[in-house]
Design a protein around this ligand. Structure first.
Ligand code: HEM
Ligand SMILES: [Cu+2]
Length: 657
């Protein structure tokens, strides 16, 4: 027995792998103990279950997405610091080559799939129903299922670092490197299973929000009267629905290769690894637009609000969103111009890639024209938006450089590429979603985040950004390749790498200031009693902060794009915030349910079983999944009515009757 136990711990707990694992083990243990102890001490278990784990309220689901995404940003950021520390000097032994491979893989995968994705879903959930005058999303139960699939998928991915070992083939997971012959697992299995579990949730979210926006808008809100953030969610949802199946298929086929020995992507028996690469990027390129389009939407809201002007070129804003989504499907091969498909193929994808710059340029000019002669106020959401513009212009320009196929033979897989995609991914989704977080924070929680600490974070993060990534363009030209674990002295790379690492630490410090800002503001943040702290333009600002459970006591009749702004201008704001008792009726709402949580847990168990080929456990998990589905099918009583008196009482307490 002790022998078996020793074998088990040596194999799975990876204690021989060094101090990074021990530190992680200790941190995980301490965090878990801390959480359990706190919940027990304050008798909060029931509260956690009733208010959060079983909720189907889009506002709470949005908040949970946001917390999870910020935690993942911390994990992905810690990975980044480790990588940059290793690269700070030549011949460094800080990380072993194996660990370096694992860490760039988990960094990339987490940042894209478990940080950027949940952060956009957070904003979808927090803002969309409020912007369109709805009481929840079209399928609230499915919304909770999506969240828990994402959450348990992310957990499955994250435990790989301390249990069994992380994937190490890059966030793209190309075969043949990921075929069983070269990679026994379990890291690669963790990658495949966790991405598929959370991927199901992502597709469901895309469907859910498209249905919500198409079917649940308040009366009078024609499509061309929708706020631009809502439009960006339409565009992103369509891209999700069409792109994610390609990823699901690529991962499923690779899993079949690994588990049952098929040959879809092997060199043997008629398989072809390039097929995987194509499938992956048919999803992968649209994926970057999935995460950036909602950021564009947020920038549009913020620019109009803080310049106190109607957005310039609304129609062209909508058109460019939709055009970008369409073009995004015709550019995927720019990720492997060097594959050798030939000049004709490369020309097509080069030209298509460059075309993306046209609608994107339209948007940039529209933002600038909106600001032109506006009365701009420089609060945090606007600061991040302003910082985005020059960043994205440089990132876009270097993208067009990469799209020149013959030149890409030089840039490909160099640090020039690393600098380019970090510039667009950080300036776009990260700045955009931070802007969105600052913008809607008072709506979520009823208080503002502290401006002063926020400014420190802003400047640290921005200065750190340029110091970190600008040298990497030069490093690319000097021949430094990506995914390089170390480099010899005398290549002329040392100084630039050192500068880059210092920049990364400054960004890390910026992130810590955001954490400090949140903690500080929970106690000292300025209360928002108006519900409209930024002098907003769209419907969500006509509601109290935080928004009551049912959102709108009375569903508004929409007449204009900037309806709330217009009504304030005309002195009619009270029409949206003072109601006759007679106008308030019973409100129909979805009931909470514990099944989405349990279903996510069952998926986790099944996934865990498949990772280690422990099929008994896998089957137990799958039975759990099936059971939660069957139980759902027999769940008739999943809705209820909030009586009019109760709504009346709540609104009266808010001074709105
Ligand atoms: C503090 C900010 C960040 C720093 C310092 C940083 C640093 C790095 C480093 C050092 C690498 C590995 C380069 C290599 O050896 O090839 C890398 C790769 C990568 N990063 Fe970041 N990163 C940051 C933020 C982000 C964000 C916000 C995203 C996405 C939203 C992101 C996505 C990626 C991806 C996809 C890869 C490629 C991984 C691979 O090669 O498979 N990073 N990053
Ligand atoms: Cu691309």
């Amino acid at each position: 027995m002790p022998e078996a136990l020793k074998h088990f711990t040596d194999t799975y707990l990876m204690w021989n792998e060094g101090y990074l694992i021990w530190i992680s083990d200790i941190l995980i243990a301490l965090t878990s103990i801390g959480i359990v102890a706190t919940l027990t001490y304050f008798k909060k278990w029931k509260w956690l279950w009733k208010e959060w784990l079983t909720t189907v309220d889009h506002k709470k689901i949005g908040i949970m997405y946001m917390i999870a995404a910020l935690l993942m940003m911390f994990r992905g950021g810690a990975d980044a610091m480790l990588l940059r520390t290793q690269l700070a000097s030549p011949n460094s032994k800080f990380l072993t080559p194996d660990h370096y491979d694992q860490i760039f893989t988990t960094h990339g995968t987490i940042m894209i799939l478990f940080m950027a994705m949940p952060l956009i879903f957070a904003m979808f959930n927090i803002a969309v129903p409020l912007q369109i005058g709805a009481r929840d999303v079209a399928f609230p139960y499915l919304n909770a299922v999506s969240f828990w699939l994402f959450f348990f998928g992310a957990m499955l991915f994250n435990i790989s670092f301390v249990f069994g070992g992380s994937p190490d083939a890059g966030w793209v997971s190309y075969p043949p490197l990921t075929e069983l012959g070269f990679d026994k697992g379990p890291g690669e299995n963790f990658y495949l299973l966790s991405l598929q579990i959370s991927g199901i949730g992502s597709i469901a979210t895309g469907i859910n929000f498209l249905a919500t926006i198409l079917k649940m808008r308040a009366p009078g809100m024609k499509l061309m009267k929708m706020p631009l953030f809502t439009w960006s969610v339409v565009a992103a949802s369509i891209v999700i629905i069409f792109a994610f199946p390609a990823l699901t298929i690529a991962l499923a086929l690779l899993m079949l290769d690994r588990i049952v020995g098929t040959h879809f992507f092997t060199m043997l028996h008629g398989g072809d690894p390039m097929m995987y690469v194509n499938l992956f990027w048919i999803w992968g390129h649209p994926e970057v637009y999935i995460v950036v389009l909602p950021a564009f939407g947020i920038f549009s809201e913020v620019v109009a609000t803080f310049a106190r002007k109607r957005i310039f070129g609304y129609n062209s804003m909508v058109a460019s969103l939709l055009l970008i989504s369409v073009i995004s499907y015709f550019v995927w091969a720019h990720h492997f111009f060097t594959m050798g498909a030939g000049a004709d193929v490369n020309t097509f994808f080069a030209v298509a890639s460059m075309m993306v710059a046209i609608p994107t340029g339209v948007k940039v000019f529209n933002w600038l024209f909106t600001m032109y002669r506006g009365r701009i106020s420089f609060e945090l959401p606007m600061l991040w938006t302003l910082a985005f513009v020059p960043n994205f212009i440089i990132g876009g320009a270097t993208g067009v450089m990469l799209a020149v196929a013959p030149a890409d033979y030089q840039y490909h897989n160099s640090y020039f590429l690393i600098a380019h995609f970090h510039q667009v991914l950080i300036a776009g989704p990260v700045f955009g979603l931070l802007a969105g977080m600052y913008y809607w924070w008072p709506k979520m929680f009823g208080f503002k985040l502290d401006e002063r600490i926020g400014r420190i974070a802003f400047w640290l993060f921005n200065i750190g950004f340029y110091v970190c990534f600008m040298p990497q363009y030069a490093l690319g030209f000097k021949g430094m390749q990506r995914r390089m674990y170390t480099y010899p002295a005398g290549m002329g790379w040392h100084t630039l790498n050192l500068i880059s690492t210092i920049g990364a630490y400054v960004m890390g410090l910026g992130f810590l200031f955001i954490v400090v800002q949140i903690v500080y503001s929970m106690k000292h943040g300025e209360r928002d009693v108006t519900g409209d702290p930024w002098n907003g333009r769209t419907l969500e600002w006509s509601l109290p902060s935080p928004v009551p459970h049912y959102n709108f006591a009375v569903i508004p009749q929409v007449t204009d794009r900037d309806m709330w702004w217009l009504m304030k201008q005309e002195g009619r704001a009270d029409e949206l915030r003072k109601f006759d008792a007679a106008a308030i009726h019973d409100i129909h709402m979805p009931k909470n349910s514990g099944r989405p949580f349990l279903m996510g847990l069952a998926f986790f168990v099944a996934g865990f079983g498949f990772v280690f080929n422990w099929y008994v456990l896998a089957v137990i998990g799958l039975v759990g999944v099936a059971l939660t589905m069957i139980l759902r099918a027999f769940e008739w009583d999943d809705e209820y009515h909030i009586p009019a008196e109760e709504v009346l009482e709540a609104e009266a307490a808010l001074g709105r009757v």
